[in-house]
Design a protein around this ligand. Structure first.
Ligand code: B4P
Length: 191
């Protein structure tokens, strides 16, 4: 299985590039952000709790994320591989992912990290906020999301650096240019 995690701060382009990568490599797709928004739109108990946190720009709890992804990872065992978008976002999630993949006799091939400067991230998210209707795409919440990323998510990069699985990718440029860089890195990993 080709299991890849797409990593990076809010607005780095994870969702945008995931759609292209899933199509090219025929991967199952697990986006914790999309799964949470689905729970919110269905009005589930988990969705109600998640909404409060997301609206403040906070990460949701690791327990909630595990509830959402465990079944989906197991259900994807017969696929070419899985693309993880926005997961793992904490150290606890990284350990949980390692354990779940081990149960399937597989592991993460690489973590591709989209590198985009802070000013560009803020500009992209504010622009998206004009049309997305996402309650977390406003200046105050974006600021908090970036802080959460620095405090809780960045350490996950070191975990994969230590395992030689972390690949930084320049995330600025045309969407197609960033995609080409990702493809080149994945193809190198496969060789
Ligand atoms: P996510 O849904 O994962 O979203 P994101 O980080 O905001 O954005 P992404 O990087 O996917 O950006 P996109 O491609 O859309 O998370 C939302 C919230 O859910 C989190 O804040 C958190 O509360 C919660 N959550 C999710 N997963 C969690 C977890 N595992 N644990 C705990 N909590 C979790 O790109 C952004 C914009 O840039 C778009 O408008 C796009 O068109 C534009 N863009 C993309 N590429 C571009 C390029 N190359 N040039 C110019 N613009 C570009």
């Amino acid at each position: 299985m080709l299991n890849i995690a797409l990593f990076g701060p809010p607005g780095a382009g994870k969702g945008t590039q995931s759609a292209l990568l899933v199509e090219k490599y025929k991967l199952a797709y697990i986006s914790t952000g999309d799964l949470l928004r689905q729970e919110i739109s269905e009005g589930s108990e988990l969705g109600k709790k998640a909404k409060e946190l997301i609206d403040r720009g906070q990460l949701v709890s690791d327990e909630m994320i595990v509830q959402l992804i465990e079944k989906r990872i197991i259900a994807s065992a017969d696929k070419n591989g899985i693309l993880f978008d926005g997961f793992p976002r904490t150290m606890v999630q990284a350990y949980i992912l390692e354990g779940l993949l081990l149960k399937l006799n597989t592991s993460l091939a690489c973590m591709l990290s989209l590198e985009v400067p802070r000013e560009e991230l803020i500009a992209r998210l504010l622009e998206r906020g004009k049309i997305s209707g996402r309650t977390d795409d406003n200046a105050e919440v974006i600021e908090f999301r970036l802080e959460e990323y620095n405090n809780k998510t960045k350490p996950v990069a070191d975990f994969y650096k230590d395992r030689n699985k972390y690949i930084p990718i320049q995330g600025v440029g045309e969407i197609s240019e960033v995609f080409d860089r990702l493809v080149q890195s994945i193809d190198n990993t496969l060789q």
